[in-house]
Design a protein around this ligand. Structure first.
Ligand SMILES: NC(=O)c1ccc[n+]([C@@H]2O[C@H](COP(=O)([O-])OP(=O)(O)OC[C@H]3O[C@@H](n4cnc5c(N)ncnc54)[C@H](OP(=O)(O)O)[C@@H]3O)[C@@H](O)[C@H]2O)c1
Length: 359
């Protein structure tokens, strides 16, 4: 009984347990991959990053711009000011796209934009949120499941079908990097027939449903990768980050959590190291998907290794995806959902004015 209590506290069963576990892991972490080399020149490499406006995504974008990469920054609110800043420091173009990934109709439109734009070499699926209660998306999904799992599945399948990711000039394989979380291990158990049905949750157990959304996408990616060896796919947990992820924390928690995160959690630029390592040392031959926890190699949770989970996800998401491509998609008539066909909920594209002529 006592050991069960200890286990519950040292995993991600509540926000405080997750914070404690993250801190403990920081001091225990081993290092299986080296630090990335910031002098590697990424000129001619085009990388898209979701969740690029703040935290990990923004820090990664900054470093990649310094190394000369061409960037497409994507987030819910426009990352235009960051794109402008980065196009000043990089010799390569930097484009800002705003897209709400919780709305699968917008994700579809994003796929079209990315497929019709300049060829991509890598995409970093990094957007994320820690919701404090269940919220429904325009398609009726739970928001974290939509952003961390459904949107990413749609994006990967759409970009694959459109052959939007291409090899680098030096022959390196197109890359997909997935920002996951160790919290996937604390996902509640689930039964494959009802994967889209997330129950109501509150602040205490929100972290476990966050873990659930991360676990399901890990299961899907690790089952997709072996059938798509022409893509190099890596998944990872960056470890704790002093970022905006706790932006929904209740007001009474913020006076404690903010200083704790600033004092003890690594900066986003430090947490970006494993992503930078993969982007700077791409593979030129097929490999099994990998999972890193910070810079240490780990196995994913055994539930995410079950191919039946990915199969069930595909079966349950398919009707939703079919409905999205038909003119009467669910949600299009809802008053809370702007009419995509009128262009109001389409992803918006912004080009920093001084660089737009280079596109
Ligand atoms: N922070 C940690 O301790 C920690 C630990 C493990 C894993 N992670 C993972 O690391 C990734 C980056 O998180 P972070 O810590 O850098 O948090 P962050 O500072 O809050 O950044 C999250 C980014 O995701 C974007 N985003 C959220 N919902 C979106 C939506 N519906 N559509 C489009 N973009 C959306 C946000 O865009 P807007 O700014 O426009 O809203 C923001 O740019 C996440 O996947 C997170 O789960 C974080």
């Amino acid at each position: 009984m006592a050991s069960k209590k200890v286990q519950a506290f040292t995993k991600h069963q509540s926000p405080w347990a997750a914070t404690w576990t993250a801190l403990r892991d920081l001091f225990r972490a081993s290092q299986d991959i080296p630090d990335p080399d910031p002098t590697i020149n990424l000129a001619g490499v085009h990388i898209a990053i979701t969740g690029a406006r703040s935290g990990l995504g923004a820090a990664l974008a900054r470093q990649l711009a310094l190394q000369g990469a061409q960037l497409t920054l994507i987030s819910r609110q426009s990352p235009l000011s960051l794109a402008k800043e980065l196009s000043e420091i990089s010799q390569a173009p930097c484009v800002a796209l705003s897209c709400d990934l919780s709305d699968l109709q917008q994700v579809n439109q994003l796929i079209t934009l990315l497929s019709q734009g300049p060829a991509l070499n890598s995409i970093v699926l990094n957007a994320g949120l820690m919701a404090q209660s269940k919220r429904r998306t325009p398609q009726g999904l739970e928001e974290m499941f939509a952003v961390h799992c459904a949107a990413n599945i749609l994006l990967m399948e759409g970009l694959y079908d459109a052959q939007a990711l291409v090899q680098r000039q030096d022959g390196a394989l197109p890359q997909v990097l997935v920002t996951s979380s160790e919290a996937h291990r604390s996902s509640p158990d689930f039964s494959p027939p009802g994967l889209l049905d997330v129950p109501d949750f509150g602040m205490r157990d929100g972290i476990r449903w966050y873990g659930y959304s991360k676990l399901l996408f890990l299961a899907w990616v690790h089952s997709f990768a072996p059938d798509h060896p022409e893509w190099s796919i890596h998944t990872l947990c960056p470890g704790p980050i002093n970022s905006n992820i706790a932006r929904e924390a209740p007001t009474w928690v913020r006076p404690f959590l903010g200083p704790l995160m600033r004092l003890l959690f690594p900066s986003p630029s430090k947490a970006a190291r494993p992503l930078l390592y993969h982007l700077s040392t791409p593979s030129d031959s097929p490999h099994a998907p990998t999972y890193l926890h910070m810079q240490a190699k780990k196995e994913i949770d055994r539930r995410a290794q079950d191919p039946k989970v990915a199969q069930s996800l595909n079966n349950q998401l398919r009707p939703l995806c079919r409905a999205l491509s038909s003119p009467e998609e669910p949600g299009s008539s809802s008053s809370s959902v702007p009419d995509a066909r009128a262009g109001r909920s389409s992803p918006q594209e912004y080009l920093p004015t001084d660089r737009s002529s280079e596109q």
